[in-house]
Design a protein around this ligand. Structure first.
Ligand code: PNW
Length: 458
């Protein structure tokens, strides 16, 4: 069996991770610009000031995608590049940059998939009105979204409102390891709430004012790992289910059902805000596809005591879920220490299909970091090839079981600023020399090119 002919194959990036040019042509600062300048926040105090300098390299970078024969590219717009203060005056040079990028992609027969928010909130909005903590933010986001639909919507047919609301809320406002670096056990739920309302309003605007004329699709991308019950005991089965609900259903239930999962409502009490009827109606059905970023799997079990360690996805807020997470010692780990568990991908796809009534699913990110080395002009990243091969095999199996998976974007087009890990973690299928900024296709880029050619129906 092969992937269907219409299957969307692509690569993904995000603005802050690759663009650089942090002060070029009138761009305003974002919370990531501010956060990364603070000593100690990012590995070796790296910043995205220059990153891959993609801002000044679009022809070259589009050519890399073209050379792989890919027909889709997912990137994000830097809000403060087009609206330096987050609202008000438009920076036409910023608009021109994305307009040129889109034109260059289309000229090369590559469809742009555009994320409106990949974590780089304009700093002005954070300073002036507390950013995502303030309920007014949804209308400000709406104006930004409207600007993007107006300027780019004639050429962009796939929109993603938010990338990984879970990361924004938990890592940015719960654990404080990502911008804006706040630590709290209530703010994540408030922030998540405002993200969801902002999403719903933007989708509503797109559908009422733009979709009929522009003919595009719009959705949201959430991240989720698989949570496998550690044992057959009912309390561990429930713990795994609960862990998935606190991870992805937090954001997907409102989008599909107009409400938060019962497990969260019961456990969070007043810390979980409530939707008005109007908000709930606006949310219900507010995604044309289920965008999924998936990387790894962990075991889940009922917590007998609160976990001290900050195992990612659990630390700090673990008392809310009462779930312990663990790894099988036999699982291979990537450089992020994320376990390689291909069957977890299959199980997650099937779990999503069942819970959300078989929606169209697009994997908008999947990939892995390894300590790649450039030797005589080559990067022989066999571990990454094996990762892709095994995860894609599970994707295909799920499709054959009836999962409506219609696309797959590899993370990432090139090595880039991996948030708190700086340039120390390489997720690219193109190697970037961060001194010269030269890009070199890794063995995985060549492998993927061939794989896609051979494993897709003609
Ligand atoms: C995603 N976690 O981030 C992002 O969408 C990308 O920007 C990023 O480069 C990629 O995955 C690899 O990390 C995540 O700790 C970052 O759970 C952290 C987590 C999950 C996703």
């Amino acid at each position: 069996m092969k992937f269907p002919k219409q299957f969307t194959w692509g690569v993904a990036t995000s603005a802050y991770q690759i663009e650089g040019a942090w002060q070029q042509d009138g761009k305003g600062p974002s919370i990531w610009d501010a956060f990364s300048q603070i000593p100690g926040k990012v590995h070796d105090n790296h910043t995205g000031n220059v990153a891959c300098n993609h801002y000044n390299n679009i022809k070259n970078d589009v050519a890399l995608i073209k050379a792989m024969g890919l027909k889709a590219y997912r990137f994000s717009i830097s809000w403060s590049r087009v609206l330096p203060q987050g609202r008000g005056e438009v920076n036409e040079k910023g608009i021109q940059f994305y307009s040129d990028l889109i034109d260059e992609l289309l000229k090369n027969d590559i469809e742009p998939w555009v994320t409106l928010y990949h974590w780089d909130l304009p700093l002005a909005l954070h300073l002036e009105m507390d950013g995502w903590l303030n309920s007014d933010i949804s209308d400000i986001f709406l104006d930004y979204a409207a600007l993007c639909f107006e300027r780019f919507g004639n050429r962009v047919k796939h929109w993603i409102t938010f990338n990984e609301a879970w990361v924004v809320a938990i890592l940015g406002y719960g654990q404080g390891v990502f911008a804006p670096g706040r630590i709290s056990n209530s703010e994540p739920y408030l922030v998540g709430h405002h993200l969801l309302i902002a999403h719903a309003k933007a989708v509503n605007l797109y559908r009422t004012r733009f979709q009929k004329i522009q003919n595009g699709k719009i959705g949201i991308t959430n991240n989720c790992d698989w949570r496998e019950p550690l044992t057959n005991a009912p309390e561990d089965q429930e713990a795994a289910q609960r862990a998935l609900e606190f991870f992805v259903s937090w954001f997907a239930d409102p989008v599909y059902f107009g409400k938060y999962p019962d497990s969260m409502v019961e456990r969070l009490g007043d810390r979980l805000p409530k939707f008005t009827n109007e908000e709930s109606e606006l949310l219900k059905g507010s995604s044309d596809f289920f965008g999924l970023n998936h990387y790894t799997t962990m075991f889940a079990s009922e917590a007998t005591e609160v976990q001290e360690t900050s195992v990612y996805g659990n630390g700090g807020l673990s008392e809310d879920q009462n779930v312990n997470l663990s790894l099988d010692p036999s699982w291979k780990l990537t450089a992020m220490k994320w376990a390689v568990v291909p069957w977890g991908c299959g199980k997650l796809l099937e779990w999503i299909s069942e819970r959300y009534n078989n929606p169209e699913i697009i994997i908008t990110e999947n990939g892995c970091a390894y300590n790649d080395e450039l030797v005589n002009g080559h990067v022989n990243d066999i571990d990454r090839i094996e990762y892709f091969e095994k995860y894609l095999e599970k994707c295909l199996e799920s499709i054959n079981k009836g999962v409506k998976l219609t696309g797959y974007f590899c993370w990432s087009l090139m090595d880039n600023f991996e948030w708190a890990s700086g340039y120390n973690k390489r997720f690219g299928i193109h190697y970037v020399n961060f001194k010269t900024l030269e890009r070199t296709p890794k063995a995985s880029a060549k492998w993927l090119t061939e794989y896609i050619k051979n494993q897709t129906e003609q």
